[in-house]
Design a protein around this ligand. Structure first.
Ligand code: COA
Length: 177
């Protein structure tokens, strides 16, 4: 169980110019390598990032980040508005205290308000289903990824209904295929 008694007070807000070095440091610390921070940099600079949110402590430390990029659909679901959630990062000393959940929950609410239909994720099957992500739904999404780690969450009725869909991710993901 997450230790919610120690949950640091964090606020969730958009990323603004000037946050980028601190955000990159959070991603590097979470993954212990540079690959995911480079992915976010490349997504940002090719205009593919649709939404980013960061978690900040009351004393102004940036401790978490999540990025969503545009996914292009073809086939029955070609009209769906689809995004991919990747990566999600929390600094190691504050992991398992609810920061990731706070980030993801707030970001999904913002995506729902914007009318996004479907969110895709590739990640631990032990973590993402708690937000409603479902590997069964993702089986109707034809992508370079498959298996239990590839999950989908419908935010609208169309996102559940207008499937199957064949998807292409933003170019910077090609190094992960
Ligand atoms: C995955 C991550 C974003 C979760 O954020 P967090 O703030 O640590 O998570 P929360 O406190 O909201 O939730 C904790 C729960 O997630 C689970 N969890 C955290 N990381 C997990 C992982 N890699 N695999 C499986 N479960 C994980 C914990 O076991 C805990 O489960 P419980 O509530 O059943 O005990 C964070 O741990 C992280 O940055 N990890 C390294 C980077 C990564 O693997 N990102 C995900 C792939 S994009």
């Amino acid at each position: 169980m997450s230790d919610l008694s120690n949950t640091p007070t964090v606020s969730i807000r958009p990323v603004v110019a000037g946050d980028e070095p601190a955000v990159a440091a959070v991603i590097r610390a979470a993954f212990g390598q540079d690959t995911e921070a480079r992915l976010v940099h490349n997504l940002r600079h090719c205009g593919a990032l649709e939404l980013e949110r960061l978690a900040e402590t009351a004393d102004g430390r940036i401790v978490g980040h999540v990025a969503f990029s545009r996914v292009t659909g073809a086939g029955a679901g070609h009209r769906l508005q689809i995004v991919c959630m990747a990566p999600v990062s929390v600094v190691p000393d504050l992991q398992r205290m609810g920061v990731g959940s706070a980030l993801i929950t707030a970001a999904l609410a913002d995506l729902r308000a914007r009318g996004e239909d479907l969110v895709l994720v590739l990640g631990p099957p032990a973590y993402f289903p708690r937000f409603g992500f479902d590997a069964g739904l993702a089986r109707q999404v034809q992508a370079p990824y498959a298996g239990a780690a590839f999950m989908a969450l419908a935010l609208t009725e169309a996102g559940r209904r207008d499937l199957p869909v064949e998807v292409s991710f933003a170019t910077p993901f090609e190094e992960f295929e």
